[in-house]
Design a protein around this ligand. Structure first.
Ligand code: SF4
Ligand code: SF4
Length: 473
């Protein structure tokens, strides 16, 4: 069946994928095409503002919250000490950490398969700080997009220098504050404040590291901006394999919108709802035209939804020409489907969450490793008993000192701790050496399996199996 000219041209335009040959932020000569997005406004933008205020309160507030005198969250890589929700994790919890990371990644994948890249627009620190902090300050100093463009193009004069110096000073100060808070997540706020009190000269290396991070943040928020999402972020690069026709993304309803055309007084029956005003393109912080379809550059910030809704209201058409929807919903008006991939990811996620929950619930406050001292053999003691020397490595993951006692379980004998009693200080490690003394008649083989129980306040917290070496029969 032959196509009408309008249908043929519409199909041709939808088949035209040449926009994928380049990114909007780089011109034909390979130079940076700086984006000046129009200041967004609308219901979703208001919701994002509210969400980012809560986000920022949490980000800047958490380092001040303490549990048992320790930070609620701390990721001290140098000291290999991690605190999550007040629980202390150390290198011995590596498996929990690895499983936690794996669970998080599967969750992100599942979330992306179903809801697309909504995390990027609403919860990623890069977007929250860029769009909700630095961009707002930029609008306040330089004005909206047209004024920003004029400012860029105008020759250097007192006005431009004043604007630029103000912006650079505020951006750098903010970057410095953010770097300090990031450091507080690494070494605790108490430690940061302690460094501040002692002064730069006492912690010059740390201060230089802080300046380095501040400069990187400044570079990102002042100049690099959306390039982080487009060319650096690995999560962004994954979108191509994670999204499918049923993923909910920010989508242009081309069925309703095409054929697009300028608003005429008497619209023909065939004209679509898109009036080709480009308002959705003007607000896009990554400079793309969402009407070309889902693109890797789209961070799901929803600014184009607000913008198009405003236009639709002004031309008395239903809102939602650009909305959260899947390709299937747009093309066939289908409801979101649960496909085999979602089910498979969900099963894996459930299994991982269960395993992680079990590992966390069964995690001990004290970690114990007991090994016979390497290279040692048995000794015949003056009282005729046989002795073996052992080393114990103990890790206290609580906020209190823990005194421990050791008892033999399956063999008669005595444990003599060398030095003082075993007291493991809070959040600390301890090495202890002890001798196990056993009557010769108890030893039947060269290697006798023995169980040593560890008691805290007369409560058995752990039993460790090892071997006792005795003389050959
Ligand atoms: S296309 Fe829309 S949702 Fe995507 S980044 Fe641009 S403005 Fe944000
Ligand atoms: S804002 Fe809406 S009407 Fe205007 S060009 Fe974009 S999709 Fe079309």
């Amino acid at each position: 069946m032959s196509q009408l000219p309008e249908q043929a041209s519409e199909k041709k335009s939808r088949m035209d994928q040449s926009f994928r040959d380049s990114v909007a932020t780089i011109d034909k000569k390979g130079h940076r095409n700086y984006i000046f997005p129009k200041k967004p406004k609308g219901k979703l933008y208001n919701k994002r503002t509210l969400a980012s205020i809560i986000y920022l309160i949490i980000f800047f507030g958490l380092p001040f919250i303490k549990i048992h005198g320790e930070p609620m969250f701390m990721i001290n890589i140098l000291k290999r000490k991690f605190i999550l929700f007040g629980q202390i994790f150390g290198p011995q919890d590596f498996f929990i950490f690895a499983l936690g990371m794996l669970t998080f990644m599967v969750f992100i994948i599942l979330f992306t398969v179903v809801f697309g890249r909504v995390f990027c627009g609403w919860a990623c620190p890069q977007t929250v700080f860029m769009e909700m902090v630095f961009r707002k300050i930029e609008y306040w100093i330089d004005g909206d997009y047209t004024k920003q463009r004029q400012l860029k193009e105008m020759p250097w004069n007192g006005y431009k220098i004043r604007k630029r110096v103000t912006k650079i000073a505020i951006f750098y100060l903010l970057s410095f504050i953010i770097a300090n808070f990031f450091m507080a997540y690494l070494i605790s706020m108490d430690e940061v404040l302690h460094y501040v009190r002692e002064g730069i000269s006492s912690h010059f290396g740390t201060f230089m590291a802080l300046i380095g991070f501040s400069t990187v943040f400044f570079f990102v928020f002042y100049w690099f901006r959306e390039q982080v999402c487009i060319v650096v972020c690995p999560y962004g690069r994954l979108q191509g394999v994670l999204l499918d026709k049923n993923s909910i993304v920010v989508a242009y309803d081309y069925v309703r919108g095409e054929p697009r055309g300028k608003l005429k007084k008497e619209a023909t029956e065939k004209s679509g709802d898109c009036i080709d005003c480009a308002a959705c393109v003007r607000v896009c912080p990554t400079g793309i035209d969402i009407r070309n379809g889902t693109q890797l550059e789209c961070v799901n910030c929803t600014a184009c939804i607000d913008s198009c809704d405003e236009i639709m209201e002004s031309v008395k058409k239903p809102t939602g020409l650009i909305r959260f929807a899947s390709e299937s919903q747009v093309a066939k008006s289908e409801k979101p489907k649960i496909n085999a991939r979602i089910i498979a990811y969900s099963v894996v996620l459930l299994a991982l969450v269960s395993a992680l929950g079990f590992m966390l619930a069964s995690r001990d406050d004290v970690d114990v490793t007991i090994l016979r001292t390497s290279g040692s053999v048995y000794q015949t003691l003056p009282d005729g008993r046989i002795g073996n020397i052992y080393n114990a490595k103990l890790a206290n993951k609580t906020h209190e000192d823990i005194p421990l006692t050791l008892k033999l379980e399956n063999i008669k004998g005595e444990i003599e701790v060398i030095g003082k009693d075993i007291l493991v200080q809070k959040e600390d490690y301890k090495n202890a050496t002890f001798i196990i003394k056993v009557e010769p008649k108890e030893i039947k083989n060269r290697r006798t399996p023995i169980n040593i129980s560890i008691y805290q306040d007369n409560i058995k917290i752990r039993t460790v199996s090892t071997t006792f070496i005795g003389p050959m029969e």
